[in-house]
Design a protein around this ligand. Structure first.
Ligand code: NAI
Ligand code: 0TF
Length: 260
């Protein structure tokens, strides 16, 4: 389980704003509009209780504060509980929170106490980053490349299949790839055989340099939550790639819209 570090969250609001500008340039819409159209929901001024959790590796510096940042950006009524864990849960409910945000080392959830909806960060991150990749305004095809079919990548590939995209996917884990082929109907992508280049790429791996020059066309859109980034700065510059990559808040925005 790859955990966030405080360094990942350095200046996270600036990272979010910068990526939102890139998303607008590459797709024509900002993250709010895209979340609204994916989930067909609109945010009001819901009260968001952010509960620090000490389980496992414990509290990550700036994690709760970063979540507070996104609630402000989305004009929601966010607060971080003074207490952690169960005491924090009790405090949030007593403060009339509508939605709770909390994460241990394995699962990060948004739970709407009013309508019962619950969502995980893995699925919501996969859906929103795949959606962003699929909205590349320069694309004249429905072909899209998915790199990495783990918890995030599989969710994103599933979303793209539901939207009718031709999903080509690669993962060195044969079990993960075969599951996606059999369950979702993705096309297994073999870089050495296919020679196909893509203008839309969704990458969800914890490794660098997973995207090579043989995979992408000029002016492509690479949308990746992966940490570290799978696209090297050199390749990104050489191919004039629009890169959407941010450590937390795009996925959290997706979580919040998904439970309204
Ligand atoms: N930015 C954000 O908001 C979020 C970022 N993440 C990050 O997204 C990444 C993926 O997360 P998970 O899906 O939970 O991880 P996971 O471990 O469940 O899946 C990763 C998948 O990538 C595959 N992979 C590794 N190297 C590859 C390569 N060279 N080419 C193709 N596939 C390769 C693995 O075989 C595995 O199936 C992690 O770096 C995680 O930290 C996760 C959630 C939110
Ligand atoms: N990018 C979103 C996915 C984050 C996930 N890879 C992670 O680090 N999860 C651990 C979060 C632990 C939070 C901690 N319990 C706290 O409450 O501060």
């Amino acid at each position: 389980m790859t955990l966030l570090t405080p360094d990942d969250l350095y200046n996270v609001s600036r990272q979010f704003e910068k990526n939102n500008d890139i998303i607008k340039r590459a797709t024509g819409q900002g993250i709010r509009d895209i979340c609204e159209s994916v989930y067909n929901t609109r945010l009001g001024n819901e009260k968001i209780g952010i509960i620090p959790i000490t389980a496992g590796n414990g509290i990550i510096d700036n994690f709760a504060e970063s979540l507070f940042t996104i609630t402000n950006y989305l004009k929601l009524d966010g607060f971080i509980t003074n207490h952690t864990d169960v005491a924090g849960y009790y405090e949030a409910v007593n403060q009339n929170a509508d939605i709770l945000l909390m994460a241990d080392d394995y699962v990060f959830i948004a739970h709407n106490l009013r309508n019962g909806k619950i969502a995980t960060n893995h699925v919501c991150t996969g859906v929103i980053y795949a959606e962003i990749a699929s909205r590349c305004k320069y694309a004249d095809t429905k072909d899209i490349l998915v790199i990495g079919l783990g918890k995030v990548g599989y969710a994103g590939a599933s979303h793209l299949i539901r939207k009718g995209f031709n999903v080509y996917a690669y993962d060195p884990d044969n079990e993960a790839l075969n599951s996606a082929v059999q369950e979702l109907g993705v096309h297994p992508y073999d870089i050495h055989r296919d020679g196909k280049k893509f203008c839309m790429v969704f990458e969800a791996t914890p490794n660098e340099n997973t995207i090579t020059k043989d995979m992408i066309s000029e002016r492509c859109l690479v949308s990746t939550p992966g940490i570290p980034c799978g696209l090297s700065p050199e390749l990104g510059n050489d191919y004039d790639v629009d890169l959407v990559m941010e450590p937390l808040l795009i996925g959290v925005a997706s979580m919040l819209y998904s439970v309204i």
